[in-house]
Write a protein that binds this ligand. Structure first.
Ligand SMILES: Nc1ncnc2c1ncn2[C@@H]1O[C@H](COP(=O)(O)OP(=O)(O)OP(=O)(O)O)[C@@H](O)[C@H]1O
Ligand SMILES: [Mg+2]
Length: 266
C-alpha cells in the first residue's frame, strides 16, 4: 500500500472578512470560506466550481499565500505551508504558480514579453545569466504556441488568447509542479477557450503538472478535471469524480450549474 501523501492537502480552511456596514462598534465578520477541506493528488486536476461569490478564488489565494488564512491548515507534500517565511516560502512559491482570468490585469503592461517570462527565473536565480534566461523564454514561448517575434513586444500587442499563453509561459518559467488556474479561459471567446484548454491539457500531460482549476463553467470541468468540488456560500456542498457528479448530481445547486452548462466545442 502506498503512503504517499496527497500533493496538496487542505484542512478546515476558513477565511473571514470584516463585514462592511456592521453595527457601530461591533466587529461583525463575513465568512467567505467556511471549513473547506480537499486533497489534490499529483498529476491530477481538481476543479473548484460554484457560482460567483461562493469563495473559489479566496481558497486559491490562500493556497498561494497571497491571502492570510483565518484558520485551517494547508499541507504541500505533507508539509505545512501556512506561515512559511524566507527561503522556505520562496521555494514553495516556485513550485506553486497561478494563472488568473484577466491577463490584462495580471501582466505588467510596461514589461516586454521577454521580461515578463524572465522575471520569475531571475527571482529564483535560475540559469547563469540573462542570455540563457532569454533563450529559455524563447523556448517556452514556442511551447505555448507563441511566435518567436513575441519576445520584444508588449502584452497589449496580442489578443486575449495570446496574452493568456504568455501568462502560462510566465507561470511555467520557474518549472512549477502545481498550477492554480483561476478562470483562465473565462474572458476568452469560445473557440479561443478550447485552444487554451487544449494547451493546458497537453502541458499537464507532458510535465506531470497538478492543477487546481477554478471555474463556474462545468463544460470546462468535464474536459479537464478528474475530480470536482462544488462550492456554495463558502462551503463545499458536493464532491466526487467528475463522471459521478455529472451523472448523479446530488445537490440542487450542482443540478442547476449542470443545467446551465454552456456548450464548448473541444
Ligand atoms: N478582500 C475582501 N474583502 C471582503 N470581502 C471579500 C474580499 N475578497 C472576497 N470577498 C468576498 O468573499 C466572497 C467570495 O469571493 P470570491 O472572490 O472567493 O468568490 P468566487 O467564487 O471566486 O467568485 P467569482 O466566480 O465571481 O470569481 C464574496 O462574497 C466576496 O465579496
Ligand atoms: Mg473568483
Amino acid at each position: 500500500m502506498s503512503t504517499t501523501p496527497p500533493m496538496l492537502d487542505v484542512r478546515h480552511l476558513v477565511k473571514q472578512f470584516p463585514k462592511r456596514g456592521g453595527m457601530f462598534g461591533k466587529r461583525e465578520v463575513f465568512t467567505a470560506v467556511d471549513d473547506v477541506s480537499f486533497q489534490v493528488n499529483r498529476g491530477t486536476t481538481l476543479a473548484l466550481v460554484g457560482e460567483s461569490g461562493s469563495g473559489k478564488s479566496t481558497v486559491g489565494m490562500m493556497l498561494l499565500g497571497l491571502l492570510e488564512t483565518t484558520s485551517g491548515d494547508v499541507l504541500y507534500e505533507g508539509r505545512p505551508v501556512i506561515g512559511l517565511r524566507g527561503p522556505e516560502r520562496l521555494a514553495l512559491r516556485r513550485k506553486l504558480q497561478v494563472v488568473f482570468q484577466d491577463p490584462f490585469a495580471s501582466l505588467n503592461a510596461r514589461m516586454t514579453v521577454a521580461e515578463l517570462v524572465m522575471e520569475g527565473m531571475r527571482v529564483h536565480k535560475m540559469y547563469a545569466n540573462d542570455a540563457e534566461r532569454r533563450a529559455r523564454a524563447q523556448e517556452l514561448l514556442g511551447q505555448v504556441g507563441m511566435p518567436a517575434h513575441a519576445l520584444d513586444r508588449y502584452p497589449h500587442e496580442f489578443s486575449g488568447g495570446q496574452r493568456q499563453r504568455i501568462a502560462i509561459a510566465r507561470a511555467l518559467s520557474v518549472e512549477p509542479e502545481f498550477l492554480v488556474l483561476d478562470e483562465p479561459t473565462s474572458a476568452l471567446d469560445v473557440s479561443v477557450q478550447s485552444q487554451v484548454l487544449n494547451l493546458l491539457r497537453r502541458l499537464q500531460r507532458e510535465r506531470g503538472l497538478t492543477y487546481l482549476f477554478v471555474t463556474h463553467n462545468l463544460a470546462v470541468v468535464d474536459y479537464l478535471a478528474d475530480e470536482v468540488c462544488v462550492m456554495e456560500k463558502g462551503k463545499i456542498i458536493e464532491r466526487g469524480m467528475v463522471e459521478d457528479v455529472f451523472d448523479h448530481p446530488q445537490h440542487v445547486t450542482t443540478q442547476r450549474l449542470l443545467a446551465a452548462v454552456p456548450k464548448v466545442e473541444m
